[in-house]
Design a protein. Structure first.
Length: 325
């Protein structure tokens, strides 16, 4: 890998392959505003990147600074090797990463007009006009101003005027919202895993009692909700929540689930100076809480190779008595 400390390239395109770029790729004169950036594989860029179009042909590639594309950030479908963005990624127009076999990790928030992702892991939240996700994990929220499409996705929560769903999907937080009633393809399923013992599953240990996933019926578990802001503006939404039928949650010590350690560790990513792990019941330690370990864990849940049991909604009178006496 050849180290680059100063870019001496023409105005039209920056092509990089087998390079460690120690500087930022930012326009210095107006003519460089129309410059494209093309990543051809085995590239690390330590500074921020600006390009009219940013095209990634092949990985591995790592962007350690913020990335902005004036028109489009495009990762080719057949790109091999891991592609990672450590900081925020934005585009004035679109971001497209429909990967067939590779993996792309976004370590912070994404903001753009149109977003299409497949086989991607997002540590932060997504803010876009139109969002299409397939076989993706988003630890934050999916916030669309026009439409949201989910197909085999784990997401923290979502809020969009129009939501379309297919496949098997999971929510990390208790409630999600849409303006219009959600439209689901035949066979589509939703599960809430707020009460799942993700910490135990990450450590390879048995799940704690009274924990598990909760099937969410988009018809019976939805209700119309009115939100009012300080200016008394009213917004009518459909909320999808299992909170109203989860009495068992009162018996769970959420700290012991350790779910927050997984989410926070992946969200902070490179900002964490020290690497942490979870302690097992036998005194040993789990794998390190890094994106490299947490992302595959969530994708194993998505693929079904790690199974979360369904929560047992039955509660004995003795359990309630011990809790509230």
């Amino acid at each position: 890998m050849k180290e680059v400390t100063e870019l001496r390239i023409g105005d039209n395109i920056v092509g990089l392959q087998d390079n460690l770029v120690k500087t930022s790729i930012l326009p210095k004169v107006s003519g460089e505003l129309d410059r494209d950036v093309n990543i051809q594989g085995n590239v690390i860029i330590e500074g921020a990147v600006f390009g009219r179009n940013i095209i990634i042909d092949q990985g591995p590639a790592e962007f350690r600074g913020a990335v902005y594309a004036h028109r489009e950030l495009h990762i080719k479908n057949d790109a091999r090797g891991n592609i990672r963005f450590d900081k925020a990624v934005a585009s004035n127009d679109s971001i497209v990463a429909l990967l067939v076999s590779g993996l792309c990790v976004f370590g912070a928030d994404i903001n753009c007009g149109s977003l299409k992702l497949k086989n991607c892991f997002v540590s932060g939240s997504i803010f876009a006009g139109e969002i299409q996700l397939e076989n993706c994990v988003v630890l934050g929220g999916c916030f669309a101003t026009k439409s949201l499409t989910l197909h085999n996705v784990i997401a923290g929560t979502f809020n969009a005027p129009e939501v379309n769903a297919g496949g098997i999907n999971y929510l990390l937080y208790p409630t999600a919202f849409s303006v219009e009633p959600m439209a689901a393809l035949p066979g589509a399923e939703f599960y809430n895993i707020t009460l799942a013992d993700l910490g135990a599953l990450f450590k390879g240990e048995p799940e704690k009692t009274n924990t598990g996933k909760i099937r969410l019926d988009i018809n019976s578990d939805s209700q119309r909700t009115v939100l009012v802001d300080e200016a008394d503006t009213r917004l009518l939404l459909n909320s999808y929540s299992v909170a109203g039928r989860v009495l068992v949650s009162d018996l769970i010590d959420f700290e012991k689930l350790e779910n927050h350690f997984l989410i926070v560790s992946a969200s902070l990513g490179s900002q964490i100076i020290k690497t942490y792990s979870l302690q097992k019941e036998d005194g040993g330690k789990s794998e390190d809480l890094t994106i490299e370990n947490i992302a595959p864990f969530f994708f194993k849940i998505l693929s079904g190779s790690i199974q979360i049991r369904e929560i047992d909604g039955s509660i004995s009178f003795e359990d309630l008595k011990q809790k509230y006496q």
